[in-house]
Ligand binder design. Structure first.
Ligand SMILES: [Zn+2]
Length: 70
């Protein structure tokens, strides 16, 4: 039985085990703070915080869309 690959969350510092199927480049979520983390190394396991993409997410929500016809 393979040993759990423990990583330390860079965000909150908690340790948790990576799922067996995860590989470098995959993402997972910290069990404690729910931060999205990307696996950058496996031996030893290492993760980094996935920075939220900066596109479209900071648009104002008050666009003048005409879809409230009903
Ligand atoms: Zn965390």
């Amino acid at each position: 039985m393979p040993k759990a690959r423990m990583v330390k969350c860079p965000e909150c510092g908690d340790e948790f085990g990576l799922e067996d199927y995860l590989e470098i480049g995959d993402t997972c979520f910290c069990v404690s703070c729910d931060t999205e983390l990307k696996i950058t190394k496996l031996d030893p396991p290492q993760v980094e915080v996935v920075q939220p993409l900066d596109d479209e997410s900071d648009f104002d929500e008050e666009g003048d869309e005409d879809i409230e016809e009903f």
